[in-house]
Design a protein around this ligand. Structure first.
Ligand SMILES: CC(C)(COP(=O)(O)OP(=O)(O)OC[C@H]1O[C@@H](n2cnc3c(N)ncnc32)[C@H](O)[C@@H]1OP(=O)(O)O)[C@@H](O)C(=O)NCCC(=O)NCCS
Length: 147
């Protein structure tokens, strides 16, 4: 597995992976994904194997020495092999180098797999945001201090 920065030619593949990873209403539209990935404050890394992309992570820099994990997606057949953890480590390395002190993210309240995953890499639940993903679909904000 090779981890490298995003290239514009990856976009359609990332969109397909995101559609497979999330239910309708939570998966991004092509427009949303394009905006996130191409935003001037964001960074995207992909996990590439011979012939394809196994997963990716989009993060952004925010005011106040903060960073935001916008999404992390690992294709189903590639899960539980350490790819998610490796993408989080790359992001943390970038964040520390950029002077970011805290990383935050949101995850659906019923996405227990993601919560276990984030906890395993040092994130803790902070606040619950009601209706974050639409009516009745709450989210947890999770955060990790880098110092
Ligand atoms: C969450 C996700 C990114 C994890 O990626 P991954 O590559 O499978 O994760 P890793 O293999 O690096 O797992 C690291 C650790 O996280 C925890 N973990 C990961 N998946 C888990 C699961 N299904 N159940 C319990 N713990 C889990 C474990 O502690 C694991 O370590 P271990 O395998 O040594 O026990 C992946 O499941 C995914 O893409 N899910 C769909 C999209 C999604 O929900 N993204 C998060 C949105 S907020």
């Amino acid at each position: 597995m090779r981890f490298r920065p995003y290239r514009p030619s990856d976009l359609a593949t990332l969109f397909n992976i995101d559609q497979q990873c999330f239910p309708p209403g939570i998966a991004y539209s092509m427009e949303e994904l394009t905006d996130f990935v191409h935003h001037r404050t964001s960074r995207t890394w992909v996990a590439e194997y011979e012939g394809g992309i196994a997963g990716f992570l989009v993060a952004s820099r925010q005011p106040g020495r903060a960073g935001h994990i916008i999404t992390i997606d690992v294709a189903e057949t590639w899960r539980r092999k350490g790819i998610g953890r490796a993408l989080m480590e790359i992001t943390e390395k970038w964040a520390r180098a950029a002077g970011i002190e805290i990383l935050r993210l949101e995850t659906a309240e019923d996405n227990l797999t993601a919560q276990r995953f984030y906890e395993s890499v040092g994130y803790r639940k902070t606040t619950k945001v009601e209706n974050y993903y639409g009516p009745g679909r709450d989210a947890w904000v999770m955060a990790k201090w880098l110092r």
